[in-house]
Write a protein that binds this ligand. Sequence first.
Ligand SMILES: C[S@@+](CC[C@H](N)C(=O)[O-])C[C@H]1O[C@@H](n2cnc3c(N)ncnc32)[C@H](O)[C@@H]1O
Length: 211
Amino acid sequence: MNDRLQAHWQTVYSTKAATSVSWYQPEPTVSLALIAACDTHRDTPRSAAIIDIGGGASVLVDRLIDAGYRDLHVLDIADAGLAVTRARLGLQADAVEWIIADITTWQPPAARFDIWHDRAVLHFLTIPAQRAAYFGALRSALRPGGFAILGAFASDGPQNCSGLPVQRYDAPDFAEALGPDFTLSEERRDTHHTPGSAVQQFQWVRLQYQP
Ligand SMILES: C[S@@+](CC[C@H](N)C(=O)[O-])C[C@H]1O[C@@H](n2cnc3c(N)ncnc32)[C@H](O)[C@@H]1O
């Protein structure tokens, strides 16, 4: 665990309203569409095991519960972000696994998840060794045939997020970083409007893991 990084995010979630941070979105429209598009070959689509990496205070898990998904996991380095979501969900929070971990050191259960979702977390990993650790965890955690849904600032997006430098991505950058075991199923660009009315360009990809 990177203590300084964890302290940064704990402070963010302890001092700012979840609805005021630049990445806040009232509806995770693109994420939900990309998740719905995944054919995970489970008995029912809603039995897919989904993990939201760096979920923080995002309402994605709320919407997935409402949609009937039952095998849900949210990981974040900052307990304070997850606490916001748990409080919002009330008793429904008991149906979700909450994981406090740094994604660059987390040891995931092998082949456990059908869908790995990440909005605006990977782009903070600006050091090659951090990205290698992230992609190692992703490969280990995903079932063969599972999907990685990744959203990061696009090449014409901001150079910083939450006061931290970011690495920006276009669709081919994700595919190149992940290598030939991942097939690009879909890509999208999205314009995010922050609560402060700034505009941020995101690049999204949906890739299938076929080792
Ligand atoms: C920009 S916010 C995005 C939050 C959420 N995905 C959303 O779309 O609302 C980045 C999130 O990633 C978490 N985070 C940052 N670095 C992390 C790391 N190394 N491991 C796990 N979580 C991390 C932060 O605590 C924060 O909740």
